[in-house]
Design a protein around this ligand. Structure first.
Ligand code: TRP
Length: 445
């Protein structure tokens, strides 16, 4: 094997699907709509799209090339390219962030399992009651953790790649059906208006951070997932092409999810600022009135659970690859130790939605419950911070010229002519813009 026997993807499309599988998940269908709702709708959507194009896509290229060049996990990648003791800290931050995100992500992923059951056996219990029930919360959370462990133990190709196939087209097809149905509901046009007609007075300093954090979260950037996934690709792979395919499909699914949720939301009378419960409040009401809704609902939540699974797998893979490469642990031991830690870290998130009132009334950094706080710390702060350092490292320490050599391998002439833009973005635009947005949150301006 060409990269130290760590395994590579079985095929090119296999890699694209796996990377898209990592990117597409709850971030698109659960997080994107509620963050958009909280940040005023259409104007936020434009900011988000700008962040994806100008910042996230260049960083995706940077992470993938760093991974392929070093064929290592994020910590090892930094160690290999510099003698400095400081840069590997960015890799460690990524490893910790992976476990942090996984801990609360699994709670929400557990909700999708719960909703498969609740759609099959119609339940009159409200969403609030559902998430306040400690047994349901912990049970589904643990079940999802076990599913993730099962897949990751299978290794790169058999485990991750196989699950990613077929998912995207199926998910997109269901979204289309739901969009069409939801647009026929009374009041749907108010939702379309909210989602697509920008009101720029709704943009504040925090809106920029929300858009940036969402772009990083949705594309799985800023903590080395894509460095790790890049370490499994072959030199024949066309990185710019794959990166663009991943970013496009991820953005398309998120955009469709918004188009599905907002018309329905105004029709069933839920507030757009509802927060993390948004899709779980709105969708069951849609399914319950829709002809064939039960079947479609079950199918939808199953697909959402699979989409979440290909993402949790990629989150767990980062700390695991780190322990396997750097500490020479076996894959099995690494998976078991990391998942035990993630379990402990996830319990407070699971119980913060109603069962333990104190965990729901924190009000730290404007975040009410423990789950939202974890999401804010790890997604909105840690990912852009990590992403900024990855940018600076690739552009100035490893050197954008060296990175370009790596990126060019496997590309065609036409792509190469576009790479000048990448170099400019990664050297100047990305680090500066991220720094300004982060400093702004801490009230520097
Ligand atoms: N991008 C995934 C989603 O949208 C979540 C995810 C997977 C992730 N790996 C990540 C987020 C790494 C940040 C970093 O659901």
């Amino acid at each position: 094997m060409e990269n130290n026997g760590r395994g590579t993807w079985g095929s090119r499309i296999g890699f694209i699907l796996a990377a898209a599988g990592s990117a597409i998940g709850l971030g698109n269908i659960w997080r994107y709509p509620y963050v958009t709702g909280q940040n005023g709708g259409a104007a936020f959507v434009l900011l988000y799209l700008a962040c994806v194009l100008v910042i996230a896509l260049p960083i995706l290229l940077a992470e993938l090339s760093l991974g392929r060049h070093t064929t290592l996990n994020p910590v090892g990648a930094f160690k290999k390219l510099t003698k400095s003791k400081v840069w590997p800290l960015v890799g460690y931050l990524g490893v910790v962030t992976g476990a942090g995100i996984l801990s609360f992500y699994l709670v929400v992923a557990g909700w999708t399992l719960g909703f498969i059951v609740r759609t099959i056996i119609p339940s009159t219990e409200s969403f609030t009651a559902f998430v306040s029930n400690p047994w349901e919360e912990l049970g589904y959370f643990t079940a999802f953790l076990l599913l993730t462990v099962y897949v990751v133990l299978g290794g790169v190709e058999r485990g991750i790649e196989r699950w990613s196939k077929l998912l995207m087209p199926a998910l997109a097809a269901i979204l289309f059906l739901l969009i069409i149905y939801n647009l026929t509901l009374d009041g749907a046009m108010k939702g379309v208006e909210f989602y697509l007609n920008p009101d720029f007075s709704k943009i504040h300093g925090s809106t920029f951070l929300a858009a940036l954090g969402q772009a990083f979260f949705s594309l799985s950037l800023g903590m080395g997932t894509m460095i790790t996934y890049g370490s499994y690709i072959s030199k024949k792979e066309n990185i710019p092409f794959s990166a663009t395919a991943v970013a496009l499909s991820d953005t398309l699914i998120a955009f469709l999810a918004g188009l599905m949720i907002f018309p329905a939301l105004f029709a069933v009378g839920v507030e757009p600022t509802q927060g993390p419960s948004l899709v779980f409040e709105v969708l069951p009401r849609v399914f319950s009135t829709m002809p064939g809704g039960t079947l479609l609902g079950v199918l939808f939540f199953i697909l959402l659970a699979i989409a979440a699974l290909t993402s949790t797998v990629s989150l767990l893979e980062v700390p695991v690859a780190f322990l396997v490469d750097e500490k020479q642990w076996t894959r099995k031991k690494s998976v078991l130790v990391v998942s035990a830690l993630v379990f402990v870290l996830g319990v407070p998130s699971a119980l913060s939605q109603g069962y333990v009132p104190a965990l729901g009334e924190l009000n730290i950094f404007g975040q009410q419950d423990f789950l939202s706080l974890m999401s804010f710390l790890f997604s909105d702060l840690s990912l852009p911070l990590g992403g900024m350092f990855i940018c600076i490292f690739v552009a100035w320490v490893w050197g954008s010229r060296n990175a370009l050599e790596e990126i060019k391998m496997g590309t065609t002439e036409r792509t190469i002519s576009l790479l000048g833009i990448w170099e400019f973005l990664i050297r100047y635009v990305c680090p500066v813009v991220i720094a300004i947005i982060l400093l702004n949150v801490f009230g520097v301006f």
